[in-house]
Design a protein around this ligand. Structure first.
Ligand code: AMP
Ligand code: GLY
Length: 429
């Protein structure tokens, strides 16, 4: 890796739990001098070496000026919106080093049709699909029994996917998208998919444009309530490692990662940053979706298990030197429970006082929707805190997380009581 001889200044963009854990891990690097987090949250505000910054993450000109004034040596982009609007292209055109994909690379996330066509072209197993730009074609397609999943093509804040039970429900989804225009322009095109069944896995992979290095696989819990009931959320908790991944590692390597590597080498894909591969595993692994950023809460659950220097790895992605990076992981288990507002995902919580002990044993608390107002820590969003238990076994990691939760207090605090329980039911390989 060719990091400069002296410690560097980093700018992290975003304000969630993901950005809190990224700042926490990057700050541990001896090569890190200072981190600015825009806008950050109550957790990033109190980390060593880290300072919050009031800059709008879509205000590219102000970000560019800040990077030159400091100067910033590396920008790490958290959320998908600035990526889809081309922040990496804008900053790199000005000579600023950025971890993240160009607008073209981020297309794997901001266009579901592009992602499906890419998978089809390079032979990655994925659900059968049809792309439609009209209500009539969609209506015709969902007459087929297999066509029960509708996905809005563009970014829709995690709300544009409809997994339907029958033709009637699929038709209602089509009406919502095309007739009621519930997603505006993002819904001008849809992907209609075959419904798959199986277990989901989240695999993040670092990419330097030519090589791809998978991180530890994890499993998210998307539904709001216990036993996977209720509305879909951004994630109610996650755990790692996942036995299911170990059982299918070879197939994932051969059928998913190798085709992506080959596409990079053949110039069929332009990508650098982190690729989030959402998998459904049944008889074999199928790719459900790509995101072009770190997952949330997946990142909060895996980074506490990373022994290697994250800064070196992210820097290598900007330098095409990822092949020289060897990532080492601890053998511990990790369980991340999201503490959310009572009315999440429909609503959020603002300005409620949070009580939080200063220190925790065998548990990390990363902030998401929090901020410091008049010197007090208060709620500021739907997902408020991430409590991550780390221990030699999964049952100890679960106990560590859940034993910590009673010491955290805010009005309306809610969480799922069954995060990672399925890991205990899954026999070891
Ligand atoms: P996506 O944003 O494409 O990952 O979709 C969000 C969620 O919808 C996934 O995490 C799955 O739970 C579900 N989903 C997406 N595509 C399918 C599919 N083809 N079959 C069954 N469930 C799906
Ligand atoms: N946890 C799912 C995501 O980050 O999109």
């Amino acid at each position: 890796m060719t990091l400069p001889g002296k410690p560097v200044n980093i700018l992290v963009l975003g304000s969630g739990g993901r950005e809190n854990v990224l700042c926490w891990k990057l700050a541990q690097s001896p090569l890190c001098k200072a981190i600015y987090c825009a806008p950050g949250n109550g957790g990033t505000a109190k980390l060593d070496k880290v300072q919050n910054l009031e800059i709008d993450i879509l205000d590219f000109n102000t970000i560019k000026k800040f990077c030159h004034d400091q100067p910033i040596d590396l920008v790490v982009v958290g959320p998908e919106l600035p990526l889809s609007q081309g922040i990496v292209d804008v900053l790199e055109a000005d000579g600023i080093r950025v971890f993240g994909p160009s607008r073209q690379g981020a297309c794997l996330e901001w266009s579901k049709a592009f992602a499906k066509e890419f998978m089809e072209n390079v032979g990655i197993p994925t659900a059968k699909f049809v792309v439609s730009e009209s209500f009539e074609k969609t209506e015709e397609t969902i007459k087929n029994n297999w066509a029960r999943v509708l996905k809005v093509d563009g970014l829709a804040a995690g709300k544009g996917v409809f997994v339907c039970v029958d033709e009637k429900e699929s038709l209602e989804a089509a009406e919502k998208i095309f007739k009621q225009k519930a997603f505006g322009e993002a819904g001008n095109k849809v992907v209609i998919e075959e419904k798959l069944f199986g277990d989901e896995l989240s695999l993040l992979a670092l990419c330097d444009g030519v090589d791809l290095v998978p991180l530890l696989a994890s499993q998210d819990h998307k539904r709001r309530f216990e036993n996977d009931r209720g509305p879909n959320t951004g994630g109610m908790g996650a755990y790692a490692p996942v036995e299911l991944y170990k059982r299918h590692e070879k197939a994932i390597e051969e059928q998913v990662l190798n085709p992506i590597r080959n596409a990079l080498k053949a110039g069929k894909l332009t990508f650098k940053g982190v690729l989030f591969i959402g998998l459904m595993v049944s008889d074999k692994p199928y790719v459900l979706e790509f995101n072009t950023r770190f997952g949330d809460p997946e990142t909060q659950t895996i980074l506490p298990l990373l022994k290697s220097d994250l800064l070196e790895a992210l820097w290598a992605c900007t330098d095409k030197t990822l092949s020289k990076v060897k990532l080492e992981w601890s053998n511990n288990s990790s369980c991340c429970v999201c503490l959310v507002a009572e009315n999440y995902p429909e609503g959020n919580s603002k300005g409620q006082k949070i009580e939080l002990p200063e220190e925790f044993e065998d548990t990390f608390v990363f902030h998401a929707g929090t901020k410091v107002a008049d010197g007090k820590l208060v709620t500021n969003g739907g997902r408020i805190l991430n409590v991550v238990g780390v221990a030699p076994t999964m049952s100890q990691a679960i106990a560590a997380a859940y034993n910590t939760i009673p010491s955290v207090k805010f009005s309306g605090l809610a969480y799922r009581r069954d995060i990672a329980r399925r890991a205990l039911a899954c026999p070891s390989v």
